[in-house]
Design a protein around this ligand. Structure first.
Ligand code: 13P
Ligand code: SF4
Length: 304
């Protein structure tokens, strides 16, 4: 079947089966074209709340599908490829965080949304890269432990110096692998380009950026800017999406290695099979996880 035929069939079937297709911005362009909504983690979380459909196919990674399920417990939430995880989301266990809380009485635990649902059960509030600064600022607590991404935590602590923020040594293996050498090389090759960077990158990389923000933040900035050239410091799919949407501007990769294998796992064929053969994993979480992890997400929506 040709790509376009498959896309048309997906559009027809999703209407017939009352399915909403949510697509994270790191997914491929053929998936963007069949999406009801494309966004960063925060946008998808909000969209999940408002989607009128009974069924949701979440093209992204597991923690995103779990977040959708937490927000929409009565909906069927399908993750097309059950192997699509996020290495950062599983870096700490519930026992690790419980121990940390015991060792640090009086601290509130802020969890990046890139965490498993069970880890969220022992945290106080969730944040996304788009909402982290606003939420940490708005919290009553002044003493905070930020998990699991030390780079995002470091960036937040610089924006909110009035609070004491402890970070743990975790993070995204892809973004954290970008070096200052990558920045120097890209700037040498493209001296007129602006550098737009995700806060999951190391502080020394973030510190050299012209703009720091979430995936959609980076995309909106590039769209609205009058500059003509941009070096993109996040997953390389964003370089392709931006180039496709804005052919009059030039977009360059900050590092050839900024590729998230988990985000690349889901294909158009997988979504098609979800609709024709009921494949994919139906997300189901234990009742106590649903209840406790939801508190952490609700707090994010309240403060954000
Ligand atoms: P965003 O919140 O910017 O979508 O980031 C999600 C993610 O996985 C980044 O690596
Ligand atoms: Fe996780 Fe990094 Fe992939 Fe985002 S890019 S899903 S943080 S591994």
């Amino acid at each position: 079947m040709k790509i376009q035929e498959m896309q048309d069939e997906i559009r027809r079937l999703k209407k017939e089966q009352d399915v909403c297709i949510l697509v994270h911005a790191y997914q491929s362009h053929d998936l963007w074209e069949i999406a009801d909504y494309i966004g960063d983690s925060f946008g998808l979380a909000e969209q999940a709340v408002n989607a009128p459909q009974k069924n949701i196919i979440m093209c992204g990674v597991r923690f995103m599908a779990e977040t959708v399920k937490l927000l929409s417990p009565d909906k069927n939430v399908i993750l097309p490829k059950s192997g699509a995880g996020c290495p950062m989301a599983e870096q700490f266990s519930v026992a690790d965080i419980e121990r940390l809380k015991e060792e640090n009485p009086g601290y509130s635990v802020v969890a990046y949304i890139n965490t498993t649902a069970s880890l969220k059960t022992v945290c106080d509030v969730c944040v996304t890269s788009a909402s982290a600064v606003k939420i940490v600022r708005a919290m009553d607590a002044d003493k905070i432990i930020f998990i699991p991404d030390c780079n995002l935590g470091d960036w937040v602590s610089k924006q909110v110096p009035e609070k004491e923020i402890k970070v743990l040594q975790g993070g995204c293996p892809r973004h954290a692998a970008v070096t200052v050498e990558d920045v120097k090389r890209a700037k040498n090759e493209h001296p007129d380009a602006l550098l737009l960077v995700h806060p999951e990158c190391k502080p020394e990389v973030v510190g050299r950026a012209d703009y720091i923000g979430s995936t959609t933040g980076i995309m909106s900035y590039a769209k609205e800017s009058e500059a003509k050239e941009f070096i993109i410091g996040t997953e390389n799919s964003i370089v392709q999406h931006l180039q496709f949407e804005q052919p009059d501007k030039q977009f360059y990769e900050l590092s050839r290695d900024l590729i998230c294998n988990d985000m690349r796992l889901t294909t158009l064929g997988d979504v098609y099979k979800c609709l024709t053969d009921n494949t994919g994993e139906r997300i189901s979480l234990p009742d106590d996880v649903m209840e406790k992890a939801k508190i952490c997400i609700d707090e994010m929506l309240r403060l954000g």
